[in-house]
Write a protein that binds this ligand. Structure first.
Ligand SMILES: Nc1ncnc2c1ncn2[C@@H]1O[C@H](COP(=O)(O)OP(=O)(O)O)[C@@H](O)[C@H]1O
Ligand SMILES: [Mg+2]
Length: 263
């Protein structure tokens, strides 16, 4: 039988290491992700989660190893591939005077797909407006990006990623630094509204309570290494979690266990 066992993997990292000067951010990471798989990357702050996503979309150089996404190597210059990977970055500071509206910001997701210098068609703008509507932010369409709340900004980033219509979706702590109601809204979008199985999704979080109910797989990172990789029901258990977080002030809440037991 000549079936290529790797063909079902659309994203893979092989022996990838990333160093910042003498600091090792990723240490010999080997991981593969199947088409349509929803993986939660869990780990304490500084464990390398953001670096892993950046290495996958070509935003960070790795000193060792190789990365393949859709059969190609990501790099900051591989625009064709970058268009196929939608990346919702960790919340950043935005200049309140930045002269761009929510609608324009979402439209940049389309502009990225079409290529620089190409004008958006009527159909592209329709997709942008329908997505704003669907995410529930059309009332903000003409507001400057710097004048909306953190939760609204996250919804804007998710809308921008969705109009890109990419098969790979990378979400970096989409619920961090926003108020609890907004966190619920974002989780709700991810759990119920977005058809996540049309994407191969890597969802990063350091908070247990922010793990979406629908996840196929958990990868735990610690000190830049894959510390565990398996099914949620095997890994989301008190013993593992306490060990992952080094027992430092971490306590597995009852709410969390109840929430995830029925997979
Ligand atoms: N640009 C950078 N320069 C130096 N060190 C960095 C840089 N980015 C990340 N690091 C370090 O690499 C490690 C992993 O960072 P990161 O991937 O952001 O972790 P996480 O997202 O899990 O919090 C951390 O120790 C962090 O301080
Ligand atoms: Mg991070």
């Amino acid at each position: 039988m000549s079936r290529d066992v790797f063909s079902e993997y659309i994203v893979s990292l092989k022996n990838v290491s990333v160093y910042y000067n003498s600091h090792t951010a990723l240490d010999d990471i080997t991981l593969s992700f199947r088409r349509g798989e929803f993986t939660v990357i869990l780990g304490p702050n500084g464990s390398g989660k953001t670096t892993l996503l950046k290495a996958l979309c070509g935003l960070c150089k790795f000193q060792k190893g190789s990365v393949k996404a859709l059969g190609q190597s990501p790099s900051s210059y591989n625009f064709l591939l970058r268009r196929k990977i939608a990346h919702v970055a960790q919340v950043e500071f935005i200049d309140p005077k930045l002269p761009i509206t929510v609608r324009e910001s979402v439209a940049t997701g389309r502009a990225g797909v079409l290529g620089l210098g190409r004008r958006l068609s009527k159909a592209d703008w329709e997709l942008v407006d329908n997505t704003l509507e669907w995410i529930g932010i059309s009332h903000l369409a003409n507001k400057p990006l710097g004048q909306i709340s953190g939760g609204e900004r996250q919804k804007t980033s998710i809308a921008r990623a969705l109009v890109q219509q990419a098969p790979i979706l990378l979400l970096d702590e989409p619920t961090a630094s926003i108020d609890p109601n907004a966190q619920r809204d974002i989780l709700d979008l991810i759990e119920h509204k977005i058809n996540i199985h049309q994407f191969t999704t890597l969802y990063v979080t350091h908070e247990l309570a922010m793990i979406p109910n629908r996840c196929d797989r958990i990868v735990m990172l610690r000190n830049g290494k894959v510390w565990a990789d398996g099914k949620p029901e095997e890994l989301l258990v008190e013993e593992k979690l306490t060990e992952l977080y080094g027992g430092n002030g971490f306590c597995c809440s009852g709410k969390f266990s109840a929430h995830h037991i029925h997979h």
